[in-house]
Ligand binder design. Structure first.
Ligand SMILES: [Zn+2]
Length: 154
């Protein structure tokens, strides 16, 4: 799943909840929950550090969207701290995977294994190939999150 989707769902959590601990716990839970639905991944077993540009681009898109939200709705009208806490915890499981795989932090293995096993399709499955067909549920989640974040409240 893209980091952009995790940033967007996290931002929804950050705008809807008030308690920072509840925000952190919910953000982690929602990360694993949406990772468990069928989706594509642009990073897979054969990815190397050279593929990091994809991660950087993906993260930049997500953060630019939130930057646009802050600009359009004004930070005065948004719970900025809660949104930032939510984004951090929504990204944490993927950050842990990155630390485990590329910085060889072996003590993170149980979390990495849990995270990988929660996915609907195995890492090498063609159903995880990065394309629109494999990503439609993720696209729906992202568009719904954008709607909640950007559309005016009645
Ligand atoms: Zn994940």
């Amino acid at each position: 799943m893209t980091l952009t989707t995790h940033v967007l769902t996290g931002s929804v959590i950050g705008t809807e909840l008030n308690n920072p601990y509840a925000i952190a716990a919910t953000s982690l839970a929602v990360h694993f929950l949406i990772d468990s639905i069928p989706h594509a991944d642009y990073i897979h077993k054969k990815s190397t550090l050279k593929d990091s540009w994809k991660i950087i681009l993906d993260l930049a898109v997500g953060l630019l969207l939130i930057g646009a939200l802050f600009a359009i709705k004004s930070t005065a009208n948004l719970p900025v701290k809660n949104i930032l806490i939510a984004i951090f915890f929504s990204l944490l499981p993927d950050l842990i995977t990155f630390f485990y795989c590329h910085l060889k932090m072996k003590f993170l293995r149980p979390i990495k294994i849990f995270h990988e096993n929660i996915h609907f399709y195995k890492n090498s499955s063609p159903k995880r190939q990065f394309n629109f067909k494999n990503s439609y549920l993720e696209i729906i989640i992202s568009i719904a999150s954008l709607g909640i974040l950007f559309l005016p409240r009645l």
